[in-house]
Design a protein around this ligand. Structure first.
Ligand code: MD3
Ligand code: FE
Length: 284
């Protein structure tokens, strides 16, 4: 809540007007150089690792060494960003969802037809700058009563729409790729960021299953993701996230502080003037 606590981001990012405690945390190992926005990762699944273990151990550890030695590597060779250990237990799968982006946005449209975008209230009574919806058996809700997961959409009184098959299969495959086989998400929260929208530093701690990771899929406009440590005052790392990027957050970083800086204005050919983020969670 305290503006000064917003991740040492400086006064321009100091307005923490959307303070939430969704649930858990991220870590502080050095992040590698970001991909140059102009260079797209083509054939995002071509680099699929043979065994999940490799994503957790050798593959990403190797790339981290790579990046430490030569910060420009990821810019010159964006494919090195494909699998990237960004913190203990957290793996960036750069561009991994790109080949399915059209199907994913169609899935978003189908969900939104049943459960339209809405700006939820924080427990403190302010409207969130992101618009939200949910699909799957459980949906995240914030209002004057606090944060919780509900089986029905309070706007309609009906169950949340089913998770589109492409959502489920992508989330499960990404988790496995990152070293978390058997992920069975029962909630998918949709976040929509118009330019200027942000998510201030928070933890996701409303999910009961602490062993399960959170899988995050970014679509549309790029944004800068912040991930800190177990304490709000721990220093934050910045990670640019682009259309098609998937991040799997698990292990010791699962309950760390994180947030999203205000999304810069822009236009994306598929998503328009928005960033859409899908987060898959195992709540029960
Ligand atoms: C790091 N959403 O919905 S998802 C959220 O981009 C949320 O919309 C952000 O944080 C977004 O709660 C980031 C990635 C994410 C999710 C959970 C985490 C990162 C995390 C838990 C621990 C550390
Ligand atoms: Fe979160």
């Amino acid at each position: 809540m305290r503006p000064s606590a917003f991740c040492n981001a400086g006064p321009e990012h100091g307005d923490a007007h959307v303070s939430q405690s969704r649930a858990r945390s991220a870590l502080s190992s050095a992040s590698c150089a970001p991909r140059t926005p102009g260079l797209a990762v083509l054939s995002s699944r071509a680099g699929r690792l043979a065994r999940p273990q490799e994503a957790r151990m050798s593959g990403c550890a190797m790339r981290n060494r790579h990046c430490r030695g030569a910060p420009l590597t990821a810019e010159l060779f964006p494919e090195t960003r494909r699998c990237h250990r960004i913190a203990a237990g957290a793996v960036l799968l750069g561009g991994w969802a790109q080949s399915q982006a059209l199907a994913l946005t169609a899935g978003v449209d189908a969900v939104i037809a049943s459960a339209p975008w809405r700006h939820m209230q924080t427990p403190g009574g302010r409207a969130m700058s992101t618009a939200n919806s949910n699909c799957g058996p459980l949906g995240w809700q914030s209002d004057a009563l606090g944060y919780r997961y509900l089986r029905t959409d309070p706007e309609s009184g009906r169950a949340w729409p089913a998770m589109p098959a492409v959502f489920w299969s992508l989330a499960v495959a990404a988790a496995e790729e990152a070293g978390y086989p058997g992920f069975a998400p029962d909630a998918c929260l949709l976040n929509r960021y118009a330019p200027g929208a942000r998510l201030s530093l928070h933890r996701d701690q409303d999910e009961r299953d602490a062993a399960a990771p959170i899988v995050s899929v970014s679509l549309g406009l790029p944004a800068t993701f912040l991930f800190g440590g177990a304490r709000r005052e721990d220093p934050c790392h910045r990670l640019p996230l682009y259309h098609g990027d998937v991040v799997v957050w698990g292990g010791p970083t699962r309950f760390h502080y994180h947030g999203v800086l205000p999304v810069p204005d822009g236009h994306h050919p598929l998503v328009g003037r928005f960033r859409i983020n899908l987060t898959f969670r195992k709540v029960r």
